[in-house]
Ligand binder design. Structure first.
Ligand code: PMP
Length: 293
């Protein structure tokens, strides 16, 4: 069945959802996006995703011609048009149509589109048994170049790491920053647990401030765990009791081996499983309702 896509103020069939070859999102990766998730007829953490999108737009001086409320309604209405209550949502804003030069001032209007679809990033078996990952040589972009906090359309840094990862036979990789500290995975944030303390790199380590990351940190604090945002090295990962990744698409997924080193017991850790269960519970209650009836 053909999906219905929101594109620049209209809902169109996916066959008609086309953007210009002069769009700077395509020509230069000039734009930003959000990956959002709907669970149980609600859009999980919609406010946080929309806030991040607008903060990113402000930072890159991209003028959004929809208010935050209108943007939220776009997400909800696209889901309704596709009769979806559980879905992955991709909201994209590009600099828009311009000329062949870099200058964003030549792009009069941002392109906005929203796709809603079903996805499963990893097979269930990997959630049950955990992921094996390796560190790759490609370093995460420096904050002073293209800040990884921007969820920008330019994902080549992550894609290069993904290619490298697949060459080593793994589907996800750990990326270090230029100082050699652990930053994040190619499309997920990373956590370790040591002696009951939950540890994740701070945003200045060169990471996206993941919505799932923040939700998991909140869950952990609420259950009385100590939560630390601090720099750490690969050695800390190797000697952690547990390790897991978080992301909107991946959710919470255990890591059981890194660079050939078994992490903890070599099985998904108990605390990770509990955090995951609480995360799943949260998805039942958080966010605006899609279909009111
Ligand atoms: N880091 C990167 C590089 C990402 O692309 C993503 C999103 N896929 C994340 C972290 C996780 O962020 P979120 O929890 O907001 O999806």
């Amino acid at each position: 069945m053909s999906l219905t896509i929101y594109l620049n103020g209209e809902y169109v069939k996916e066959e008609e959802a086309k953007v210009s070859v002069f769009d700077h999102g395509l020509l230069y990766g000039d734009g930003i996006f959000e990956g959002i998730r709907a669970y149980h007829n609600r859009v999980f953490k919609l406010d946080q995703h929309i806030d991040r999108l607008y903060e990113n737009a402000h930072s890159i001086m991209l003028d959004l011609w929809l208010s935050k409320e209108e943007m939220k309604e776009v997400v909800l209405e696209t889901l309704r048009k596709n009769d979806l209550r559980d879905a992955y949502i991709r909201l994209v804003v590009t600099r828009g149509y311009g000329d062949l030069g870099l200058d964003p001032a030549k792009c009069p209007k941002a392109t906005i589109f929203c796709i809603t679809a079903k996805i499963q990033l990893y097979p269930q078996e990997l959630y049950d048994n955990g992921l094996v990952v390796n560190t790759v040589a490609t370093r995460r972009n420096s904050n002073e170049a293209t800040n990884p906090r921007f969820k920008s359309l330019n994902y080549l840094n992550n894609i290069m790491a993904k290619i490298e990862s697949k060459l080593t036979g793994t589907i996800e990789a750990i990326m270090l920053n230029n100082e050699g500290h652990v930053a994040e995975a190619t499309g997920d944030n990373i956590f370790i647990i040591k002696n009951g303390v939950l540890i994740t790199p701070p945003t200045y380590a060169g990471v996206l401030e993941g919505v799932t990351r923040n939700a998991v940190m909140e869950i952990a604090s609420q259950r009385g765990m100590e939560v630390k945002e601090t720099l750490f090295s690969r050695h800390d990962v190797y000697s952690a009791d547990e390790c897991f990744l978080t992301g909107t698409a991946a959710e919470v997924i255990s890591v059981i081996k890194v660079d050939g080193r078994v992490i903890g017991s070599g099985k998904p850790g108990e605390i990770t499983k509990e955090l995951n269960a609480e995360f799943r519970e949260l998805t039942k209650h958080d966010g605006p309702i899609i279909f009111k009836d």
